[in-house]
Design a protein around this ligand. Structure first.
Ligand code: FNR
Length: 404
């Protein structure tokens, strides 16, 4: 039949996405920074995430959610390490399910990029990030990374703020790494109890797991640093621990920065960096670990990188296509997602449609287009001539057309 792939259902384990359009995880920076409601999702999440589900998104991925108090990005970010936070997530999950949608949660530890204030504070201060002190509800003394010391300007290149607005991390001990793996598993268990449909492990954008896999930010001399196998061992350990506590029917996603975009820089040439070849090498291991989807993003680990999380959309789709082909050639089954600057119907259609050379991805994540227009799915459906599922409550002939 003629339905474009973009609007065909996709079954992953026991879960069926109604189309291939997911809402990319996006921080709200709106939880209480202290007190009993710390890191608890507020009713705001019902309106934002609920609206995406109401207006046809297949799966909404809840933003980076800290697996422990000091794993949150900002003091206003959600966590999933206590009962109040679990109940907050359950309220959002219940609401999404009532709209016929699916919800995932991105489990995260921010590592050296933790203990910040909301980005609008940084913007006011004309910095890339604003540190949160103890007074703000932050945890400067507990900011950790694979390697301690000055941020990521590892060669000591000093300017006024060599860490780019972050605290200087201290090196995680082996015992803390063991605790981290347990924290991810615990949070995954809570997510299952809260009723989410999908779990995503955040291994991208320069947060802790990305810091571990990249030789730029991981300079350890022990079993967690050095070789490719050592650097990926923490994320592999987390994948195994999470898979072991979630139902067999539940899809497991991993988001990765496919490259640090540091190959061309002096630091990258000297220290090495995470590259597309490494992503392919890791991707080939994921199906056997029980991962179902690899979401291909890029960047975020270094200020000096030639692209950011926000401006490499075309390249990310191309890299997703390369990873997808490598997997297909190996005979292993891993679904590939991609993200970045997807704003137009035809563009979304092309990424997942089986044209010559194969599609670039099996599903797409869309971020800012949804912030601008929560009915983005409906707009795309109309442009592609698809009779998409409008919410029952508003699917009346007199209002069903978006354009006059
Ligand atoms: C993001 N992004 C992001 N990514 C992620 O993996 N976890 C997160 O919590 C966040 N938070 C976040 C907040 C806000 C306000 C924005 C705009 C973005 C990145 C996002 O998921 C996506 O990868 C990029 O925005 C690129 O996609 P778009 O926006 O071009 O579709």
């Amino acid at each position: 039949e003629n339905t474009p792939t973009l609007f065909r259902p996709l079954k992953i384990r026991g879960v069926t996405l109604r189309n291939r359009i997911c809402v990319s995880p996006m921080c709200h920076y709106s939880c209480a920074p202290s007190g009993p409601q710390t890191g608890v999702m507020t009713p705001l999440y019902l309106t934002t995430i609920g609206h995406y589900a109401f207006k046809g998104a297949a799966l909404t991925m809840v933003e980076a959610t800290g697996v422990c108090p000091t794993g949150r990005i900002s003091v206003n970010c959600p966590g999933l390490y206590n009962d109040a936070q679990q109940h907050g997530l359950k309220a959002v999950a219940d609401f999404v399910h009532a709209q016929g949608g699916l919800i995932g949660v991105q489990l995260s530890h921010a590592g050296r990029k933790s203990s910040t204030q909301a980005p609008w504070v940084a913007i006011r201060q004309q910095k890339s990030s604003a540190r949160a002190t103890l007074d703000h509800g932050g945890w400067p003394q507990d900011v950790v990374g694979p390697t301690g010391g000055q941020g990521f300007s590892w060669d000591g290149k000093s300017d006024e703020d060599p860490t780019g607005g972050y605290w200087t991390p201290r090196e995680m001990s082996a015992a803390e790494i063991g605790g981290l793996i347990k924290d991810f598993a615990m949070a995954a268990k809570r997510a299952v109890e809260a009723g989410v449909d999908v779990i995503e492990i955040h291994a991208s954008h320069g947060y802790l797991l990305h810091q571990f896999i990249s030789p730029i930010t991981n300079r350890r001399g022990d079993d967690f640093g050095g070789s490719f196998e050592n650097r990926i061992s923490v994320v592999v350990g987390i994948i195994k621990a999470v898979r072991a506590v979630i139902p067999n029917t539940m899809p497991l996603f991993v988001r990765i920065s496919a490259t640090d975009w540091m190959e061309e820089t002096e630091i990258g040439k000297r220290l090495g960096s995470w590259k597309l070849d490494d992503t392919i090498r890791l991707a080939l291991l994921l199906p056997d670990l029980g991962v179902d989807v690899l979401d291909v993003s890029s960047a975020g680990n270094c200020n000096e990188a030639s692209y950011t999380v926000f401006n490499a959309g075309k390249q990310q789709a191309e890299m997703a296509g390369i990873v997808r082909r490598a997997l297909a050639e190996s005979g292993k089954r891993l679904l590939i997602g991609t993200v970045g600057e997807i704003t137009r119907a035809k563009q979304a259609y092309d990424i997942v449609q089986d044209v010559s050379g194969g599609p670039q991805a099996d599903l797409i994540s869309v971020g800012r287009a949804f912030l601008r227009d929560p009915s983005w799915v409906m707009k795309v459906a109309e442009e592609l001539g698809v009779d998409a599922a409008w919410p029952t409550q508003i699917a009346r002939p007199q209002i069903v057309k978006l354009s006059p």
